[in-house]
Design a protein. Structure first.
Ligand SMILES: [Zn+2]
Length: 311
């Protein structure tokens, strides 16, 4: 079945279940200390939060932007999360190279003191190590990984730690390299503990293949905010033409499950219901269907090159 058939037929007709919370699983927050790229300088959420609310996103996973020193970066993010407890879910972040030998106490502090619920690592600063995976397993938290063009290393992580959920950012390639995304889809087929987020993925065929071969339970909607507009990224999910039930899994249900927040689904749904009504009492569509006219266009435009490689 070709994606165009699905998307043209269903756009504007179906949406996320109105009262299912939508969770953005990939967003950066706070100050960076590197000043070499927007990604290690500043991730200001003020505009993001306004845009996310308008896009119908109810909760957002946030983690420090790239830093050379993560103890203070996590403390800064903890303050941001504290200021928006109903909007944000904090994740830790460490460098498996420069934080080697102290990762466990850093994560314990993040989980127990700040209430964070996962950890992000960026391959630019070191891939997941045994030290990181041991701590994540013992703390019961998922590991979000930007594999930085080395997706095959996730094979070893997934095999050694079958009881840790690994979420691969950008389906394995921020550059949208189909070969690297293919490696991650193959890993998802073989390892039930490998997940992927949709942030920044423009090659919809890769997302469709993951859904076809793996099913809807291991893809998580993510925006890569605040640099990517959280109002744009949901359109990709809509174009996949999922059933409302499967779309709800990708947009929030899977995240609740691996964050061990299913117990909170009821209260989040109540909040979502409240959010879905404007002051005038009119229903606010929690997904961008109102503004997307049916079109013969089958894929979002791709813009090769020109983007920072480091995100
Ligand atoms: Zn990112």
């Amino acid at each position: 079945m070709h994606s165009s058939d699905v998307s043209v037929r269903k756009i504007g007709e179906r949406g996320v279940k109105p009262h299912m919370p939508v969770i953005d699983f990939h967003c950066h927050a706070g100050l960076g200390d590197g000043l070499t790229d927007p990604a290690d300088t500043r991730a200001d959420l003020s505009t993001y939060l306004r845009r996310a609310t308008a896009a119908g996103i109810h909760r957002t996973v946030v983690f420090p932007t790239l830093n050379n020193e993560y103890a203070s970066a996590m403390a800064r993010v903890a303050k941001i999360v504290e200021a928006h407890p109903k909007k944000l879910i904090g994740f830790a972040m460490v460098s498996t190279k420069s934080d080697k030998g102290r990762i466990r106490p850093m994560l314990e502090r993040a989980i127990n003191k700040y209430g964070f619920r996962g950890v992000k690592v960026h391959g630019h600063q070191g891939m997941p190590t045994r030290e990181l995976c041991d701590a994540a397993r013992d703390l019961g938290i998922p590991v979000l990984v930007d594999v930085f063009d080395r997706p095959w290393q996730m094979e070893l992580c997934a095999r050694e730690y079958p009881d840790v959920h690994f979420v691969v950012a950008h389906l394995g390639s921020f550059k949208d390299d189909w070969r690297l995304q293919q490696v991650i889809v193959d890993l998802m087929v073989r390892y039930p503990n490998v997940y992927a987020d949709t942030s920044g993925v423009r090659r919809l065929e890769s997302l469709e293949q993951a859904l076809r071969r793996v099913g809807p339970r291991r893809l998580l909607f993510g925006s890569d905010g605040p640099w990517f507009h959280p109002g744009l990224e949901p359109y990709k999910i809509r174009l996949l033409g999922l059933s409302p039930k499967d779309e709800a899994l990708v947009c929030g249900g899977n995240a609740l499950r691996i964050l061990r927040m299913e117990h909170a689904a009821g209260s989040l749904q109540v909040a979502a219901r409240k959010d879905s009504r404007s002051r005038s009492g009119q229903e606010v569509v929690p997904w961008p269907r109102r503004h997307l006219a049916p079109s013969r266009e089958t894929h979002l435009p791709t813009t090769p090159g020109g983007r920072s490689r480091i995100f």
